[in-house]
Ligand binder design. Structure first.
Ligand SMILES: [Cu+2]
Length: 146
């Protein structure tokens, strides 16, 4: 009789544990799914505006100029009348300012772009447009309009 009670108690204990575990794992999966879904959603939104030139991460420190990757690509060719969209993918502020550091040409200036901020500009005249970042002297690139 005592053996039977002990066996029943063990079986009951095991069942409660199994049910508890399966319930908690269900909740866990649901949470992960929600996270994944919202993340995918925000990625999708980012792709709605597709940037032509990106300011990648860590360009706020010197070094990107060595491989010419402060703006990517550092040289972009567009047809007259078309626009170029920049995206700041870095966690620091950056700008898209015409001319060279210390010698702005005054043609365009995005001002400080927040992380993940876009800047779009259309080019109506053929030419080579040098630009730089007012905060980081080593950041420079070109738009070539044909
Ligand atoms: Cu910068």
């Amino acid at each position: 009789m005592i053996k039977k009670i002990i066996t029943l108690a063990i079986i009951l204990g095991i069942s409660v544990t199994v049910i508890g575990l399966s319930l908690s794992s269900l909740n866990f999966e649901e949470t992960i799914f929600e996270d994944y879904y919202s993340e995918e959603n925000s990625l999708e939104n980012d792709f709605l505006i597709s940037p032509d030139v990106v300011m990648p991460t860590k360009v706020s420190r010197p070094g990107c100029d060595i491989e010419d990757v402060c703006y990517m690509p550092s040289e972009i060719v567009v047809e007259k009348g078309n626009s170029v969209t920049w995206l700041n993918e870095d966690s620091s502020f950056h700008s898209v300012t015409s001319g060279f550091y210390g010698e702005p040409s005054g043609l365009f200036d995005s001002g400080y772009l927040d992380p993940y901020e876009y800047y779009t500009l259309s080019f109506d005249k053929i030419g080579t447009y040098d630009y730089y970042c007012t905060l980081h002297p080593w950041m420079m690139a070109q738009v070539i309009v044909e």
